[in-house]
Design a protein around this ligand. Structure first.
Ligand SMILES: C[S@@+](CC[C@H](N)C(=O)[O-])C[C@H]1O[C@@H](n2cnc3c(N)ncnc32)[C@H](O)[C@@H]1O
Length: 156
């Protein structure tokens, strides 16, 4: 399967993804605020590859003015069902549908790896205001949980 085809694979299972994928802990957003030097309350944030809105919801709860960006039809549909009051625009990280210098923070929750960094890095720089920040995060297996370690080993 090519990367663009894999990148669209979420759309067929968007409702299940939304129901079963774990969200993100408050400590993550504390760390983003501290490392980026951007308080989330009132910040203009683009959450790119927003999917069904798991990360977007947490940013929104903390008072960020979030614009979600999502390329996939199924994920975007589910996003609109889950977060009808949060702004969502269709597009992707390689060609952001956002104005130059318009964001304090750009976030990618488990989505950056789907972009082409040769395009997504210049796009992030364009859309961020001077001194703005790009925050990328992924879930990692907890090495103290035995069944997770076994699963990692089987996959390897
Ligand atoms: C693992 S999901 C993460 C969704 C959400 N951020 C979350 O934390 O649950 C990856 C998302 O990236 C999106 N995606 C795929 N290609 C992308 C691209 N080039 N730029 C931005 N997002 C992309 C997919 O459609 C999918 O919604």
């Amino acid at each position: 399967m090519t990367k663009p085809v894999q990148a669209r694979s979420f759309d067929a299972i968007a409702a299940d993804y939304d129901a079963h994928r774990p969200s993100y802990p408050p400590a993550l957003f504390d760390a983003v605020e501290e490392l980026a030097g951007v308080p989330l309350a009132g910040a203009r944030v683009a959450d790119v590859g927003a999917g069904t809105g798991l990360g977007t919801a947490r940013l929104h709860e903390r008072g960020a003015r979030v614009t979600a960006v999502e390329p996939g039809d199924g994920m975007a549909e589910q996003f609109r069902r889950s977060l009808p009051d949060v702004s969502l625009v269709r597009g992707d990280g390689n060609n952001l549908p956002l104005r130059t210098g318009s964001m304090d923070l750009i976030t990618y929750a488990q989505a950056w790896h789907w972009t082409d960094p040769a395009r997504s890095i210049p796009e992030a720089r364009r859309v961020l205001r001077p001194g703005g920040a790009l925050a990328l995060w992924w879930n990692d297996g907890d090495p103290s949980v035995e069944w997770l370690v076994d699963q990692e080993n089987r996959m390897r």
